[in-house]
Design a protein around this ligand. Structure first.
Ligand code: HEC
Length: 95
């Protein structure tokens, strides 16, 4: 299940990559399937991202990418949005 979701996430993100902005990066990154369309989480065990400080969100994404912060799901997903951390974080901070 997790593997299927990841493949779908990568495919969707690659297709949506041409027009890069925070909202579309977030949507096409597949983030909404867990964190909700506007960053209000779909599942009670997943964190809300809406309204979060952008600098904090950027740091978490980079920490997931480097492995400083460990979570099997996010360690796999965060690298997909490399280079788009700030745009996504700005979008989420404004929700
Ligand atoms: C398969 C579900 C899933 C998907 C898809 C997903 N996340 Fe996550 N995310 C999680 C979970 C679960 C956590 C909590 C990890 C932990 O416990 O450390 C998390 C944590 C985070 C955090 C840290 C929140 C905090 O309060 O510290 C950020 C930021 C984040 N995700 C951003 C994203 C972005 C951006 C995307 C899309 C590129 C994304 N996530 C896609 C499940 C997901």
């Amino acid at each position: 299940m997790k593997r299927i979701l990841l493949v779908a996430t990568v495919a969707t993100f690659t297709m949506g990559f041409a027009q890069a902005n925070g909202a579309s990066d977030y949507a096409s990154g597949g983030c909404a399937s867990c964190h909700g369309a506007t960053g209000v989480s779909v599942f009670p065990t997943y964190p809300n991202l809406a309204g979060q400080n952008a600098a904090y969100t950027v740091k978490q994404l980079k920490d997931f990418q480097s492995g400083v912060r460990q979570d099997p799901t996010m360690n796999a997903i965060a690298p997909i949005v490399a280079g788009h951390e700030q745009a996504i974080a700005d979008y989420l901070s404004q929700q």
